[in-house]
Design a protein around this ligand. Structure first.
Ligand SMILES: NC(=O)c1ccc[n+]([C@@H]2O[C@H](COP(=O)([O-])OP(=O)(O)OC[C@H]3O[C@@H](n4cnc5c(N)ncnc54)[C@H](O)[C@@H]3O)[C@@H](O)[C@H]2O)c1
Length: 375
């Protein structure tokens, strides 16, 4: 494919720097780019949905460059991000005799990326890995930034490591087979980048979201712009000590909803929780007098136009009582010293970290959100 149709986003992290390439058709020529990293063998970690669709094309492209390959397929779904899943992947990597100089390739959504990345971080005390994200969420979010890990019985993503990939290849054509619900869920994260600090990008999203879903050049642009935004935050705050927290806009509410629905993807997938959370973060900001109500309405209108939920009443099976919601929020890792930390906004593209938000204000807001007049 012509280089001109590929958008490259650098992630300048010193000796951990890497490039993100975005474009249609990257999978078919992945071998050339991966071989340039200097490796002998590649362990392709994928899941049982994605593997049958794309693993062979990747393996062929690698073999054409003289690289040996092994494919490791795990069951799809969040439950695979577990100690058992980690054991399966690490043992398969070792059985394939992948050495320190070789590569692990994560071909799949965020589940595969987080799991394969963590396996790469720990197996033989660390081998290099590359990301070939196949969901919109993983192309715009989880494949960039080096956070890898699995879930524990104590909570999501609690066991993991920072391990930056050596390369990210986001082939946007792979999203053509993604179920529309997963596409929408990833889109919530795209819109989030505009809402955090880029009002022009949010306006672009309002005008161009149909092309993103349809797979036109707008899709590449949306993925690339999201990667630029995420890369900029990661470069400022690689290990999430400071303003990387802004990436959690919508997530305090969203995580609470995921917890309440017991991570049951039949009821709510992460991006749907984030969409409701984004709308709530803006409504809460308006409630606190920080931003105009019209801004919150604009956020809600855009998310609704794309088919995303924005209200608690849209959670299938309900979202429980105000106390249950507060409890679920209090378990969030962003709680420090009993006070709730939120990412709030003074307007679209003007988000900030608000610490010490009084629980009572949250309670009154949630009472309003759960009142029948809001449904
Ligand atoms: N590391 C990070 O910074 C970070 C950030 C955000 C989310 N995450 C993690 O990402 C995970 C969610 O990722 P996700 O939303 O990509 O979900 P996922 O990996 O579970 O993929 C969603 C579903 O789509 C299928 N699929 C993937 N690509 C496909 C394709 N091209 N065609 C058809 N089907 C396809 C998968 O098999 C799966 O069934 C969560 O575990 C979350 O914790 C990590």
């Amino acid at each position: 494919m012509p280089e001109a149709s590929i958008i490259t986003v650098p992630v300048p992290l010193g000796d951990r720097a890497y490039d993100i390439h975005v474009g249609r058709g990257l999978l078919g020529e992945a071998g050339r780019r991966i071989a340039a990293l200097g490796t002998r063998a590649v362990a392709i970690v994928t899941d049982e949905h994605v593997g049958p669709l794309y693993a062979e094309a990747l393996a062929t492209s690698l073999q054409e460059q003289g690289l040996s390959t092994v494919a490791i397929a795990v069951p799809p779904g969040e439950a695979t991000k577990s100690y058992a899943g980690l054991e399966q992947v690490c043992d398969a990597i070792l059985a394939a005799k992948i050495e320190r100089g070789d590569l692990v390739a994560a071909l799949g959504g965020g589940v595969v990326g987080d799991l394969a990345g963590f396996a790469a971080a720990v197996v033989r005390r660390g081998v290099r890995f590359i990301q070939l994200p196949t969901t919109l969420l993983s192309q715009v979010d989880s494949s960039v930034g080096g956070k890898t890990g699995i879930n524990s019985r104590h909570g999501k993503n609690l066991v993991g490591a920072f391990h930056q990939p050596s390369l990210v290849l986001a082939d946007t054509a792979l999203l053509d087979t993604l179920p529309v619900r997963e596409m929408r869920a990833g889109y919530a994260e795209v819109a989030k980048y505009g809402l955090i600090d880029d009002p022009a990008f949010f306006a672009w999203c309002e005008a161009n979201w149909r092309g993103v879903f349809a797979g036109g050049p707008e899709r590449d642009e949306a993925v690339a712009q999201s990667c630029r935004a995420k890369a900029a935050v990661v470069v400022r705050d690689e290990r999430e000590d400071g303003d990387r927290a802004l990436l959690n806009l919508g997530h305090t509410f969203g995580h609470a909803l995921e917890r309440i629905t017991r991570y049951d993807s039949a009821r709510l997938v992460h991006g749907e929780g984030v969409a409701i959370g984004l709308a709530q973060a803006f409504r809460f900001s308006a409630f606190l007098g920080l931003c105009e109500a019209a801004e919150a309405e604009r956020v809600e209108a855009h998310l609704t136009a794309t088919g995303l939920p924005t209200r608690l009443s849209q959670v299938p099976g309900g979202c429980g009582t105000v106390d249950a919601l507060l409890d679920a929020m209090a378990q969030d890792k962003k709680v420090k010293g009993g006070a709730l930390t939120f990412i709030l906004a003074r307007g679209i593209g003007q988000s900030f970290v608000a610490r010490d938000v009084p629980v009572e204000r949250v309670r009154v807001f949630l009472q309003d959100e759960t009142s029948p007049s809001r449904s």
